[in-house]
Design a protein around this ligand. Structure first.
Ligand SMILES: Cc1cc2nc3c(=O)[nH]c(=O)nc-3n(C[C@H](O)[C@H](O)[C@H](O)COP(=O)(O)O)c2cc1C
Length: 321
């Protein structure tokens, strides 16, 4: 009833409720207790939740995630939590990532197959299947998790992706997997339902993803029909030398504890004005974002209202709030 409670109140009081990161396959979980959305039995269970949310006039969404090298760790409230790997002998499972480089103390991932890209194809298939299950479950929005150091972000960031094939190296190559997933998810979800992507604008480390690269990625996502870019940052490496002190990013100390990142109080504060949620709905469906155009500040809830109450006219933008 937790989600139902969020949706209670005046009908439509909350525009969108997104069920947090749900694994696209058993080997793509972060922990053994993750929520999953890879089969019909799970879809049926999710349907009870989406019905409850929809009855209250709220749009139900779900975030789809593959953990990559952050998979098979302990439950957040047990022992070392997100910093504690679970071995196969203790009920864990093998993980893979773009390169055999671990996150902090977690297990060393297997490098995703180079020869025939079977691992990469499986990822695309897993997101596609999960999207079909999300539709079956009654979700109206799916969000692809391509941030916070999980698999798609691991491919995007040069800090975790050291590949020399077409999935590594240049920004274009590092974006290849995430764009394949975005295209496949968009194609698998009905056209009148929305697909969001959560991206990172900075890895908070020299040599990681920059704002310019993130903008390039956002434009590519817009070109494949993604409806909204949900912007966040960090968590692809444990030591984020340039992360601003608390209050500078909106990140909570608990989220840093959960991910095993540390705060460096010597770091300069960033200008948050460039880090906001950037709706690309409708306007980018009909063409790329014009250069120099300022992103409007609008939350996902506001975006959901436009899906809930019909398409926005004109440029597709809702005015600043
Ligand atoms: C307990 C907890 C659970 C979270 N779960 C998710 C999640 O499932 N998916 C996600 O994208 N972010 C998740 N986050 C991260 C937040 O959405 C948010 O990104 C973070 O608090 C930092 O804020 P910022 O992205 O605005 O910088 C979680 C954060 C906390 C503290």
């Amino acid at each position: 009833m937790h989600y139902g409670a969020r949706a209670v109140g005046a009908v439509g009081a909350v525009g969108l409720i997104t069920v947090e990161a749900s694994a696209v396959g058993p080997l793509h979980r972060t922990t053994s207790a993750d929520l999953g959305i890879w089969n019909e039995e799970q879809a049926a269970a999710h349907r009870r939740l989406t019905s409850c949310i929809r009855e209250r006039g709220t749009v139900p969404g779900i975030q789809l995630q593959a953990a990559g090298r952050k998979g098979s760790h302990q439950l957040p409230w047990v022992g070392a939590g997100q910093n504690g790997p679970v071995s196969a002998a203790d009920g864990g499972w093998p993980t893979f990532g773009p390169s055999a480089v671990p996150f902090g103390d977690l297990n060393v991932p297997r490098e995703a197959d180079h020869a025939d890209h079977a691992d990469i194809d499986e990822i695309v298939e897993a997101f596609t299947r999960a999207t079909r299950m999300a539709h079956l479950a009654g979700y109206q929005v799916v969000e692809i998790q391509a941030a916070h150091g999980y698999l798609l972000h691991e491919f995007l960031s040069p800090l975790s992706n050291h590949r020399t094939d077409e999935y590594g190296g240049s920004p274009h190559n590092r974006m290849r997997l995430a764009l394949r997933v975005a295209r496949a998810v968009r194609a698998a979800f009905p056209a009148d339902k929305a697909v969001f992507v959560r991206i990172t604008t900075t890895d908070w480390v020299e040599g990681g993803i920059s704002v310019d690269e993130a903008v390039m990625f956002a434009k590519e996502l817009a070109a494949v029909g993604i409806d909204l870019i949900d912007v966040t940052s960090g968590l692809v490496v444990r030591d984020e030398a340039a992360r601003p002190p608390r209050g500078g990013t909106g990140s909570t100390s608990s989220s840093r504890r959960r991910s095993g990142t540390r705060r460096d109080s010597r770091s300069p504060r960033s200008d948050r004005s460039t880090i906001c949620r950037w709706p690309v709905t409708r306007s980018v469906r009909s063409g790329p974002v014009p250069p120099g155009r300022q992103p409007a500040r609008r939350s996902t809830q506001h975006a959901a209202r436009s899906f809930s109450h019909g398409p926005v006219r004109g440029s597709g933008r809702v005015g600043r709030r």
